[in-house]
Design a protein around this ligand. Structure first.
Ligand SMILES: NC(=O)C1=CN([C@@H]2O[C@H](COP(=O)(O)OP(=O)(O)OC[C@H]3O[C@@H](n4cnc5c(N)ncnc54)[C@H](O)[C@@H]3O)[C@@H](O)[C@H]2O)C=CC1
Ligand SMILES: O=C(O)[C@H]1O[C@H](OP(=O)(O)OP(=O)(O)OC[C@H]2O[C@@H](n3ccc(=O)[nH]c3=O)[C@H](O)[C@@H]2O)[C@H](O)[C@@H](O)[C@@H]1O
Length: 448
């Protein structure tokens, strides 16, 4: 099939590369010329494991091309995927300006019957709006069918997720569009759920809201574990064995970040308000998450008192491992709070430093070498569970830091291992370990 993907961000690029890999002829269009120039030269503007090699391979074999030319992109294709951004505006509602513009452009340039498929996460009712825009402006003799096809990929494993997703959701009431979309996705052997447009839109928000709820729930249980002396890892393992609960998304930490959970939970709360329904559960999920992101700095103050002029090293800037994305990363919140307290901050990340620098500028120091980042630090905070961080030998904290106090926001180390070293160690939902132990085998509980 001939396919165009509008938007060369995470979703657009992964969709383009993977559909080309499946043998389709794909054009990816973006309004940012620099992105398209990079892509035409075989470089990915984002870090995503496996993506650049797929882009390059399909660019070279002619299955994929990149353009800023709307006529070239939209004039003669079977399916157009919309994968433009839907960022948050004040109050949490969704900014649909990119959706509006792309819908107008599509309507203007199409020259044959086409399916317009929305991958962007859009509030319920938006696909009807896209339909209206396109139908009111397209050449009257052409048929354009709008389909909701929400995306469920995770950053860091997006290429894998495309080929091994749990389900594909197709929202349309047009049987011909269903059959074309099924034909497109059939080779993936992923269960396909067909439904109406609004339910498809809601499936996306409800999925993200449910996963965010699971995270805030386990973080609250973790906070309770610290108070009563239980261990969240044991608890999560225990409850996860119940198939109705499952093991996934029960990793306690310093809350969820990223470009979607914070934005989509806010959007759903906002959307509920607009139809006079107060989504109190989700409001609490967001509140718990905000509080959880502040846990490391609270623990730091409890431990060493004033942070004024204290040298603090932050390990990890990306919102999760295997991505250079720092959007809504807990690290940014932690850094701002540390700076407000007067701390001197140095941060390590294997790949996200350039993106963090664009936001934080020279307010902190950066190092892509963990040992250099930890040198002479009085406190270290682990914010991202990168493999590079998890595999730092514990003696590195003892030998490089001035005072080996570690606040591990992602529970990267086993308590048994930590106890072998003179490290004061706070993690999330687990007993604290103090380096000045009268008896080396004692693990003190929180609050003792
Ligand atoms: N990032 C993720 O992991 C996931 C994102 N989503 C959703 O997918 C959508 C896109 O997200 P990302 O890829 O992260 O966004 P992004 O912000 O990384 O990329 C969006 C791209 O669209 C381009 N664009 C804007 N207007 C355009 C137009 N008229 N024509 C062509 N290109 C245009 C922008 O220049 C930008 O390159 C959002 O709705 C998001 O919520 C859904 C699942 C996963
Ligand atoms: O709509 C989206 O954009 C995407 O949002 C999430 O994907 P993503 O944000 O890439 O990453 P996740 O792996 O879900 O992690 C999100 C945040 O939750 C945190 N998290 C995740 C899992 C967990 O058990 N505990 C936890 O704190 C992570 O550290 C991270 O900050 C969803 O998992 C995807 O299905 C969805 O498509």
């Amino acid at each position: 099939m001939k396919i165009t993907v509008a938007g060369a961000g995470y979703v657009g690029l992964v969709t383009s590369a993977c559909l080309a890999e499946l043998g389709h002829q794909v054009t990816c269009i973006d309004i940012q010329r620099e992105k398209i120039d990079m892509l035409q030269n075989g470089r990915s503007p984002i870090y995503e494991p496996g993506l650049e090699s797929l882009l390059v391979k399909n660019l070279r074999n002619g299955k994929l091309d990149f353009t800023v030319d709307a006529h070239h992109a939209y004039s003669n294709v079977d399916i157009i995927f919309i994968a433009v951004g839907t960022p948050e505006i004040h109050g949490g509602s969704v900014d649909l300006k990119y959706i509006h513009v792309v819908s107008h452009t599509i309507a203007h340039y199409i020259e044959n019957d086409v399916i317009v498929c929305t991958k962007s996460t859009v509030p319920i009712g938006t696909n009807d709006l896209i339909k209206q825009i396109i139908h009111s402006r397209k050449p009257p003799k052409l048929h354009a069918e709008v389909v909701a096809n929400p995306e469920f990929l995770r950053e860091g494993s997006a290429v894998f997720d495309f080929f091994h997703g749990d389900r594909i959701v197709i929202g349309t009431d047009n049987p011909k569009a269903v059959s074309i979309m099924e034909q497109l996705y059939l080779p993936l052997k992923i269960p396909i759920i067909t439904t109406d447009i609004k339910s498809a839109e809601m499936i996306k928000y409800a999925s993200n809201a449910f996963l965010a709820t699971k995270i805030s729930f386990i973080n609250e249980i973790a906070n309770l574990c610290e108070k009563v002396g239980a261990n969240i890892e044991e608890v999560a393992f225990g409850i996860g064995h119940d198939k109705r609960i499952g093991h996934d998304f029960l990793k306690a930490g310093i809350g969820f970040g990223g470009s979607c959970f914070p934005k989509d939970t806010k959007a759903l709360v906002e959307l509920s308000g607009s139809v006079e329904h107060r989504f109190e559960l989700l409001e609490a999920v967001m509140k718990v998450n905000n509080r959880q992101q502040s846990v490391p700095v609270l623990k730091a103050k409890e431990t060493i008192g004033s942070l004024q002029d204290k040298k603090v090293t932050l390990l990890g800037l990306a919102f999760k491992p295997d991505t250079d994305d720092v959007r809504e990363s807990a690290s940014l919140r932690i850094i701002n709070e540390l700076l407000e307290e007067g701390a001197v901050v140095r941060a390590y990340d294997p790949i996200a430093i350039p993106n963090a620098k664009r936001i934080l500028g020279n307010t902190i120091e950066y190092s892509s070498d963990i040992r250099v980042a930890l040198h002479e630090a009085e406190l270290a905070i682990i914010a991202t569970d990168w493999e590079q961080i998890k595999h730092v030998p514990l003696e590195v904290y003892c030998t490089h830091m001035k005072d080996s106090i570690v606040i591990d926001g992602r529970n990267c180390y086993s308590l048994q291992e930590i106890q072998k070293y003179p490290i004061t160690y706070f993690s999330i939902g687990r007993p604290y370990v103090f380096k000045d132990r009268p008896n080396d085998s004692v693990v003190k509980e929180s609050g003792e």
